[in-house]
Structures are given as C-alpha cells and as structure tokens.
Write a protein of this length. Structure first.
Length: 237
C-alpha cells in the first residue's frame, strides 16, 4: 500500500514539471499568445465603456427650469434697485454644485461690487435643522459679497421655477430676467463657460452671446439623490 505522504509529495513535485511541459508545448504556447491580447482587449473595452458612461453623465444637463420673466414679488429675497441681483438655487449635498460655487466666486471677483448675489440652499421638511449647512454652504459663505440663505421646503426654488442644483438667475434693477441657466460647462467642471461669460458680459454692459444656458447638477427636490460623481471630482478626491 502506498504511503499517502509519498503520493502527496510526488504530486507536489510533478506540478512544476507539468508547468514546464506545458510551456514547451507549441499548442499551449500558441493558445497563451492568443489569450493575452484577447484579455487586454476585453480590459481596455470595459475601461472605455466605463469612461464613456461617466463622460456621458457629466455632459448630460439637468432639467431646465423656466424662471419668471419678472422678479417674484412674494420672494423674501430683496431685489437690489441699484445693481443686478443674482440668485443661485442649490442642493447642499450635490458634489456637482461645488464647481458652480467656484465659478460664482469668479463671477463675483469680476463683478467688484456691481452685483448683489444670493445662494439659496434647499432644506426639505423632516431633515435635521443643520442638514443644509454642508461644506458647500461654507464655501458659498466664504465668497465676498455672497449672501447664503436656507430655503425651507424649497419655497424660493419654486418661486424661481428651479429644479436642478446650480440653476442661476439674474435680474436687472427693474426686476426683469436677463439671464437664466448654469455657470459650468458640464457636471463638476471648472473653467470658462457660456453662463459665466454671459453674466460677466452683462456686468460689463455688453451684449452676451446667449442669455440662457444648460444647468448641470443634481435634482433639487430629491434630498436622497446620490450623484454619480464626475471625473474632476474623482481626481480631486
């Protein structure tokens, strides 16, 4: 009767020999050479599909609101009769809106006191009192000249017909709508864009190329919405 230990040892010793034999087998080597490119192709394809999906999401605008042409008289935000009044409606937990806040800072730097600005963070009913006081709130509050306001139940957002975080409206001193849209070029993207350029042109008393742009952000009235994030966000965090 064979010793089990001897059999096990023989099997262990035969493993490397089998591997060497397979490596010397022309059929096996041809198979391995064909399998490697196929594996690389599959991996590259999956990565490309993932990046394409994320790119498509980044460049997909949110639902466009239709703000009133005239400043809503029942708004608790006061229209400035000396300078244009800007209002941004925002979701305090939307990572895409971080870029909108950053672009607002650039707008305010160009404005140099020629603009009255508000950022209204929606606060749904039933959430903690400080739910809207996120890092986005702190970032907006840190911009000189920007007033940050809580918007319980989204009442003000409703008055301005905003449905997507980052929706920005600009009214002149007579209360007429002169710009509506987003101030980023895509979800979470920083840098020059049509919305920011339009507002700066208006402040400089020139005619903007457009006075309406797409809005890139999370739904305002879905407090549990989880943003998929963006390529820029993944690089930053």
């Amino acid at each position: 009767m064979s010793n089990p230990l001897t059999v096990s040892s023989n099997l262990s010793d035969s493993g490397p020999e089998c591997a060497k034999a397979l490596s010397r087998n022309p059929a096996f080597r041809n198979f391995a050479r064909r399998l490697l490119p196929a594996g690389i192709f599959i991996w590259v394809t999956l990565v490309a599909i993932g990046l394409w999906s994320l790119w498509g999401y980044e460049n997909a605008p949110g639902e466009a609101g239709k703000p009133p042409q005239q400043w809503p008289s029942v708004s608790r935000i006061q229209l400035n009769r000396s300078n244009p009044t800007l209002v941004m409606l925002a979701h305090p937990r939307c990572p895409c809106t971080r870029a909108s806040i950053a672009e607002l800072a650039r707008v305010m730097a160009h404005g140099q006191g020629r603009l009255s600005a508000y950022v209204l963070f929606i606060k749904p009913a039933g959430f903690d009192n400080d739910w809207e006081h996120s890092d986005l709130w702190e970032s907006a509050a840190g911009i000189p000249g920007v007033n940050v306001v809580s918007d319980p139940d989204g009442v003000e957002a409703g008055l301005f017909s905003a449905v997507t975080s980052g929706q920005t409206v600009l009214y002149n001193t007579g209360g007429q709508l002169i710009f509506s849209g987003g101030i980023t070029g895509a979800r979470g993207h920083h840098g020059d864009n049509a919305g920011e350029s339009a507002i700066i042109a208006i402040l400089n008393a020139t005619v903007p190329e457009r006075n309406q742009t797409a809005v890139f952000g999370c739904p305002l009235f879905n407090p549990t919405f989880e943003c998929q994030g963006t390529l820029d966000e993944s690089k930053q965090y």
